[in-house]
Design a protein. Structure first.
Length: 119
């Protein structure tokens, strides 16, 4: 699978997914300081699921009707981040293509997978 990691995304997620044979582009490498609006374009163009910790993308998806391939919102407090990369990688391994077209929230001990959007 292909992913685009927003600058807010913990780099442990990027490293772990890359090690498990996924292609992960990082906004920090492509365009440091890019706006949220800018991030949407390469995610669509490159057919990437967006990895972020920025709750604003929920508004983009649900309120504005912005198009996405998929979004994984990582919500881990500072004291629970030691395995965040492995948890996101396990989610991708288990759910795979089912993540496409969905807004997913990953938190310690739980996840919410929303209905498909952009259909």
């Amino acid at each position: 699978m292909r992913f685009l990691a927003d600058e807010s995304c913990d780099y442990a997620v990027v490293r772990t997914l890359s090690r498990t044979s996924h292609e992960v582009l990082a906004v920090a490498d492509l365009s440091p300081g890019a706006s949220d609006e800018w991030v949407i374009e390469p995610a669509l163009r490159e057919r990437c699921i967006l990895l972020t910790e920025d709750k604003d993308f929920g508004q983009f998806v649900h309120a504005s009707g912005a198009r996405f391939v998929g979004v994984i919102l990582v919500r881990f407090p500072a004291d629970a981040r030691s395995h965040v990369g492995e948890i996101v990688a396990e989610l991708v391994k288990r759910r795979g293509d089912d993540l496409l077209g969905r807004f997913v929230v990953v938190q310690p001990g739980k996840m919410r997978i929303g209905p498909r959007f952009n259909e």
